[in-house]
Design a protein around this ligand. Structure first.
Ligand SMILES: Cc1cc2nc3c(=O)[nH]c(=O)nc-3n(C[C@H](O)[C@H](O)[C@H](O)COP(=O)(O)OP(=O)(O)OC[C@H]3O[C@@H](n4cnc5c(N)ncnc54)[C@H](O)[C@@H]3O)c2cc1C
Length: 482
């Protein structure tokens, strides 16, 4: 390392996506980085207890892939070795959303089908090869070491096969996911716990791989059939894999959960808002178990608001914010958190100070909070559309829901708006992009066109007793009304 480091030792709790990306970032600024992971690391990409969700259907947004490319330029983003298959989100994905099929449009921005087990494994191979990073599996973190007088982290308490022990570090990063015990650890040190925002969704998804017969060759790379809040809480997704196989996901909100047996799974697919996936499954043969995962809620822990967060302690990824996975935001937001840490450390390094001299974690948590806020707003604005969701539908939320419905009604007819929507959905652009004058103009034109076409479909109302029956009239192309 040629430039001055900002600390001697950093320890990261959790060796999953968040921990690995963070280790890569820290390796540029810290003398020595240690990842501690409660599971043992396997040489192969296999399921492990600490990440039960990793075998589920995952996709990675372009914004997340861009960060992975920046951190690991030699890692191919379009190969089976990395577990990533790119597809142009607008041109190759067949999407039924907000009550209609979106038009096909080249977006130039990808949604990557992600074999999450292999993706994590591919990242791990690269992180393990970094000269100043050590991966220690079979190490469970049990608490924090803290210098109360200096209000700073001094390390962590761990449990291994050999018993209890300690690891000293000036930087401690919690990347231990949704099950993070950090609030309890802070409490045991008489420090404040973060406030939590939570929106319950009682969601469950089931995924399985199927073999398609040779004669069935779908024309898309992936297909998504979205829910219809208020009438249908079920969604489905399918990705094409090599050898004419498909990975299928079925999910349901508010207790409307897909079964894990083949007949039940196929029957559930018949209840989606469109029959396309059900038809596809008629000739498909399951070649994997049906795996279920449940997620009770969207949850955001507000570390950005903690005033007594010990210096040297950082929290990121799902440990901060975990969302309804059907929006596919988690890994990308985690990658963005890692890049916010990179930015904070770069600034510190340039200042010539060490982390001991200049704490940066509270500023980092604010940046991470801002990143989480966008994803939180995306997820909860949508989830609050369901009548079953128990949460406050504030004026801004209701406005966003109405506005987005209008945007999507326009998108169904307008390729430029569809393209923009996909760019926002894949986190490449902020939702603010949907409020531009171009979008407003397109929405206005769409409404006007609808009015004109409604006017040409006049209705004659004829009273029959107390009932009123509607007789629609149509105008033919030569102007005759019938
Ligand atoms: C069903 C489901 C589907 C999803 N689909 C998508 C998707 O399509 N796209 C997307 O971007 N995101 C998706 N996500 C979210 C995504 O998986 C996470 O955002 C991503 O894994 C990053 O999480 P993380 O690294 O912060 O935590 P995790 O992946 O949860 O990893 C935490 C790690 O910490 C370890 N650990 C925990 N406690 C300790 C301890 N005390 N000591 C040592 N180690 C510990 C665990 O063993 C684990 O390895 C989905 C999530 C779920 C649940």
């Amino acid at each position: 390392m040629t430039t001055q480091t900002v600390a001697n030792h950093a320890v990261i709790i959790g060796g999953s996506i968040g921990g690995l990306l963070t280790a890569r970032v820290l390796s540029d600024y810290v003398e020595r980085v240690t990842i501690v992971e409660k599971d043992l690391f396997s040489a192969e990409p296999v399921r492990r207890k600490g990440t039960p969700h990793a075998a589920q259907f995952h996709n990675l947004h372009q914004a997340g892939a861009d960060i992975v490319r920046d951190l690991f330029p030699e890692m191919p983003l379009d190969s089976a070795e990395s577990g990533l298959i790119p597809s142009d989100v607008g041109a190759e994905i067949h999407a039924f959303m907000y009550g209609g099929w979106l038009p096909k449009v080249h977006v130039g921005s990808n949604l990557f089908w992600c074999d999450r087990l292999r993706f994590e494994w591919a990242l791990r191979q690269r992180v393990a090869a970094l000269p100043n990073v050590e991966l220690r599996g079979g190490v469970t973190v049990r608490g924090l070491r803290y210098d109360k007088l200096a209000q700073r982290m001094t390390g962590i308490e761990v449990k291994t096969d050999e018993g209890m022990g300690e690891i000293s570090a000036e930087i401690v990063v919690d990347a231990s996911g949704r099950g993070s015990r950090l609030p309890q650890w802070l409490n045991s040190l008489d420090l404040s716990q973060p406030a939590e925002s939570e929106l319950h969704i009682n969601m469950s998804d089931v995924s399985a791989t199927f073999q398609l017969p040779e004669q069935t060759q779908p024309k898309w790379a992936a297909m998504v059939i979205g829910t219809r809040p208020g009438t249908n809480n079920k969604m489905g997704g399918v990705y094409r894999l090599p050898n004419n196989q498909i990975k299928v996901l079925l999910a349901g909100w508010f207790g409307d959960h897909p079964p894990t047996d083949e007949a039940g799974f196929v029957a559930f697919s018949q209840q989606l808002a469109q029959p396309d996936l059900y038809h596809l499954l008629q000739d498909a043969t399951p070649i994997s178990p049906f795996l279920r995962h449940k997620l009770p809620s969207n949850r955001w822990r507000h570390y950005e608001k903690l005033r007594d967060l010990p210096h040297g302690l950082f929290v990121l990824g799902d440990a901060v914010c975990s969302f309804n996975p059907s929006y596919g935001q988690g890994m990308t937001i985690t990658a963005m958190h890692a890049m916010a840490l990179d930015k904070a450390l770069r600034r510190l390094q340039r200042s010539g100070h060490t982390i001991m001299a200049r704490p940066i974690n509270r500023r980092f948590q604010k940046a991470a909070g801002k990143i989480s806020q966008t994803a939180w707003m995306n997820a909860t604005t949508e989830d609050l559309r369901y009548p079953e969701a128990e949460g406050t539908r504030s004026l801004p939320v209701r406005f966003m829901q109405t506005y987005l419905s209008e945007v999507m009604a326009t998108a169904h007819q307008n390729k430029a708006i569809t393209k923009l929507f996909y760019e926002v959905m894949t986190l490449r652009r902020l939702p603010a992009a949907l409020f531009s004058p171009t979008v407003l103009w397109a929405m206005l034109q769409h409404r006007l066109r609808e009015r004109i076409s409604a006017a040409s479909t006049q209705s004659i109302e004829k009273p029959v007793g107390r009932k009123r029956i509607l007789f629609p009239t149509f105008k033919s192309s030569d102007g005759e009304t019938f």
